[in-house]
Ligand binder design. Structure first.
Ligand code: MN
Length: 435
């Protein structure tokens, strides 16, 4: 298995790609700069912001996902965590927006976690929050999670789940991570299956043991999800339960918002505002959905919602300053696209929403709000959302050493063909999941 940067895309090819597009990008950038200047906006400020933007890539997103019906494997899929890191290295090389990877254990576990850190460093990658998995049974584990993990009736199953989370913290320390994300599928499929209050009491008892194992400079993120696999009553179903548990546990516990884990039409930006207001917004799993937890590419269905989320983040940053620093991570399942292309496009879509939110005239918005001018307030947001900030993102990538057009450069590189040759398919080798 390769642990060097040799698998990244050739710098000469990347330079040729950017040379070909440089004049077009510059012309669009200049035109946008003139337009923004008339609105009192400095394009260079926005480009610097774009260059500083980062969203972490999920290791499990590098493989083709699937549904409960089937998984249609792609060519050259990564067969182990080191190959996943190679793909993540390419995503960051071309977008310059994904400098960290979020790992999932035990899928990404290796004998010596320091090897992961070295492999990441060789590819220019660090590590964001680590994720535990007690929603499926690992090979050889003693107690099944079929009837729950941190909330299980079985004390032995709970102890095993707690120990796994503490092991994740230890693995995370070895790779320089600073947070543990806990999502459990625990819950009930039938009314009466379990005691609703008792299950949450057991969850809190288990989480207290995990919390006690956190290093001083770590956080634990509680990820809520409305339903599935528990279809009647999920223990951590909503942000209210997540907030209550995070509050109960202490200052190192915060809430993680996965955009797909809500009922359709839920006002997610308001949830973001609430969590930010009370200091409990830990981070995000970005994705998009039409009906449920679809795990579609970020910004592919409802880019306006993504923009409105970032508008709340811009407001929180203005109020709270540097102390406000939630983790940004993607969490998607790619069933019909090349995962590298989807992750690159999604990172750019999240970055786009961030820059659009930076375009909002916040003083004007505050004035319209104070004056009860609902129409102009809405138009102020729309003016930012409608602005095509693509030239800013392209210029930011070029200046940072990425690709003017990441997907075009990736396709021209033949990376997937090389991966298909170097990584012959092995049945069941890919451990890609969605959480
Ligand atoms: Mn998630």
């Amino acid at each position: 298995m390769t642990k060097s940067s040799a698998q990244l895309i050739d710098q000469g090819l990347l330079a040729d790609h950017n040379d070909k597009l440089a004049a077009r990008v510059q012309a669009d950038y200049d035109a946008l700069g003139s337009m923004l200047a008339r609105r009192g906006q400095d394009i260079e400020r926005l480009t610097t912001l774009a260059q500083g933007f980062a969203v972490a890539v999920p290791s499990w997103g590098a493989g083709t996902g699937g549904t409960r019906f089937a998984r249609f494997a792609g060519r050259g899929e990564p067969r182990n965590v080191f190959e996943k890191l190679e793909d993540c290295g390419v995503i960051h090389q071309l977008t310059q927006a994904t400098p960290a990877v979020s790992l999932h254990f035990p899928w990404d576990k290796v004998g010596d976690a320091r090897e992961l850190r070295q492999a990441g460093e060789a590819l220019g990658l660090g590590f964001d929050a680590v994720n535990s998995n007690t929603f499926s049974d690992a090979v050889g584990q003693e107690h099944s999670y079929k009837f729950g993990s941190l909330t299980a009736n079985s004390a032995a199953a709970r102890e095993q789940a707690i120990a796994h989370n503490i092991e994740c913290i230890e693995l995370g320390r070895a790779i320089g991570s600073k947070a543990l994300t806990v999502w459990v599928g625990d819950g009930a499929n039938f009314p009466g299956q379990h005691n609703l209050r008792g299950a949450l009491e057991r969850y809190l008892d288990s989480m207290r043991a995990i919390y006690a194992a956190l290093p001083d400079d770590w956080n634990v993120f509680i990820e809520h999800k409305l339903f599935e696999p528990a279809f009647y009553a999920t223990t951590i179903a909503d942000w209210g339960t997540s907030f209550a548990c995070a509050t109960e546990l202490g200052p190192k516990a915060k809430c993680l918002v996965d955009l797909g884990h809500h009922a359709p039409n839920t006002n997610i930006e308001m949830i973001v505002a609430r969590l930010a207001q009370f200091g409990k917004l830990g981070g995000f799993h970005f994705n998009d959905s039409k009906y449920g937890d679809d795990d579609l590419d970020s910004g592919s269905i409802n880019p306006f919602q993504l923009f409105l989320v970032f508008n709340e983040l811009a407001d929180a940053a203005e109020r709270d300053g540097a102390a406000f620093k939630p983790s940004y991570m993607l969490d998607q399942s790619h069933n019909v696209t090349d995962p590298i292309e989807s992750l690159m496009s999604s990172a750019v879509e999240v970055q786009r929403a961030y820059i659009q939110s930076a375009l909002v005239d916040r003083a004007a918005l505050a004035g319209h709000q104070q004056g009860n001018d609902a129409l102009q307030a809405a138009q102020t947001l729309k003016a930012a959302f409608r602005t095509d900030v693509g030239p800013i993102l392209a210029m930011a990538r070029i200046r940072s050493g990425g690709a003017a057009d990441p997907v075009a450069a990736y396709r021209a590189s033949g990376y997937r063909d090389r991966a298909a040759s170097a990584r012959p398919a092995r049945a069941g080798a890919s451990s890609s999941g969605i959480v």
